[in-house]
Design a protein around this ligand. Structure first.
Ligand SMILES: Cc1cc2nc3c(=O)[nH]c(=O)nc-3n(C[C@H](O)[C@H](O)[C@H](O)COP(=O)(O)OP(=O)(O)OC[C@H]3O[C@@H](n4cnc5c(N)ncnc54)[C@H](O)[C@@H]3O)c2cc1C
Length: 404
């Protein structure tokens, strides 16, 4: 099969501008064989490759561009265990067992990322953060009250704040909020680079500027035709992010564009409790985090087409609206936009990612961390795909499988 692809982000990424130098990888020319080929060197492909190499699987990683330059460079790097669908709603979609499993798995995926980044080093900027989930409308507070009861019932550490309670905590104005522990933030671009660098030291063969143009099942494996070479692998993992959308009708994900603005460094803002992650019940939601160098990174204002980020006029209008929203939330703050970008984003019907064996192909796997929690999903995908390849059992398989 061969696929037409378009860019997944536009505008300068703060992570790329301030991050590590691109990793030097050759372009694949000629013929290589391996046990596992991973297509896509974003955060997902980097996690999968590192995990496979750690497990002794001879692995080749290829990317049509540079390491981490796809959606990973557009991500805001919030690590939330609470997915875009509240637990109470997710239970209605997928049943209690799978919904609670997905939420608990989010908590452990963040723990796994914490352990991983402590091995890789401080450049990944992993920081534990609380999360404040604001009620945008008065009626939303009723939903938050039910969500609070539900999450408490299943053992999650979360407090419910009334509008008054929120004001007392930090002075922010909303119709109430959930305040939870268990979340974190990371620099997704540095993390991806650190993972690929470590995996290369441990034997990963990584190729950049190497586009897979044709995939064929053959006896005992899969053949990947690239622009200038050929890979013969026993198993193939597609970690191609939103580039994969055209071939994945079974994932039935809705593609849109989301926008991000990163400010110049700001002084500490008193109303922002513990520099926590902030988001809200409105759809699309406004969300924000701090960066390691004291900037505010804010996002939202989603529009319904996947290529909207290519429209410069729209990009600057969205940036203006986001900045205005920040100044309203924190009056007196001197928010000066420095980096503005937009990227393709996707939502699945139940809010969960699709990870697992491709329907009808025994040796091909897809790792699609669709949704606002893409990076936590990538961590889940890395373990799950490693276990599928090594024929080990894994409790996540059923929850995130294709065709569910
Ligand atoms: C604006 C925005 C904000 C976000 N914020 C967050 C957040 O706060 N927290 C969070 O968890 N998630 C967030 N996400 C989602 C997160 O960024 C993605 O889930 C994640 O980056 C996906 O990583 P990936 O490695 O799967 O995809 P990508 O980073 O896109 O990597 C896929 C790679 O595949 C390569 N590729 C594609 N096709 C081929 C081919 N044919 N041959 C070879 N290579 C190929 C591409 O070049 C690319 O490098 C956000 C996304 C956006 C757009």
């Amino acid at each position: 099969m061969s696929v037409k692809q378009h860019a997944v982000r536009s505008g300068p990424s703060y992570w790329k501008a301030t991050g590590p130098e691109p990793i030097e990888c050759p372009c694949l020319e000629g013929h290589v064989t391996c046990e596992a080929a991973v297509v896509g060197a974003g955060i997902t492909g980097a996690l999968v490759s590192d995990m496979l190499i750690q497990s002794g699987v001879d692995t080749v990683l290829v990317d049509r561009g540079a390491v981490g330059a796809g959606s990973t460079a557009a991500s805001t790097g919030l690590l939330l265990y609470e997915i875009d669908k509240p637990l109470i709603e997710l239970i209605q979609h997928v049943g209690e067992r799978h919904a609670v499993h997905a939420y608990r798995r989010g908590v452990t995926a963040i723990l796994e990322l914490e352990e991983l980044t402590s091995e890789l080093g401080p450049q990944c900027d992993f920081v534990r953060r609380n999360a404040l989930y604001l009620a945008s409308e008065p009626l939303d507070f009723i939903d938050l009250t039910s969500e609070h009861q539900c999450r408490q019932h299943f053992g999650f550490n979360v407090s419910l704040l009334s509008a008054e309670g929120l004001k007392t905590l930090c002075g922010l104005q909303a119709h109430g909020a959930l305040y939870s522990t268990g979340d974190a933030e990371v620099n997704p671009y540095s993390l991806t680079h650190s993972l690929v660098t470590r995996a290369q030291k441990n034997g990963l063969r990584a190729f950049a500027e190497t586009r897979v143009i044709q995939t064929d099942d053959v006896a005992g494996g899969v053949k990947l035709q690239t622009d200038a070479g050929l890979i013969e692998a026993k198993q193939v993992v597609f970690a191609t992010g939103y580039f994969a959308a055209p071939i994945l009708s079974s994932a039935s994900a809705e593609l849109l564009t989301s926008y991000v603005v990163t400010s110049q460094p700001l002084p500490r803002i008193d109303r922002w409790p513990d520099d926590c992650l902030i988001w809200e019940t409105a759809d699309p939601y406004f969300y924000l985090r701090r960066t390691a160098d004291g900037r505010a990174m804010i996002g939202g204002e989603d529009t319904p087409y996947s290529k909207d980020h290519q429209d410069d006029q729209l990009l600057s209008e969205k940036a203006e609206r986001l900045a205005k929203r920040f100044r309203t939330m924190f009056p007196g703050s001197d928010f000066q936009p420095e980096y503005v970008w937009g990227g393709t984003f996707a939502e699945t019907k139940d809010g969960l990612p699709f990870i697992g064996r491709a329907v009808g192909h025994d040796r091909i796997y897809h790792a699609l961390g669709y949704g606002g929690n893409g990076i936590t999903f990538s961590m889940i995908a890395a373990r799950l795909i490693r276990d599928l390849i090594l024929r080990r059992p894994n409790d996540d398989a059923d929850v995130f499988r294709f065709g569910r």
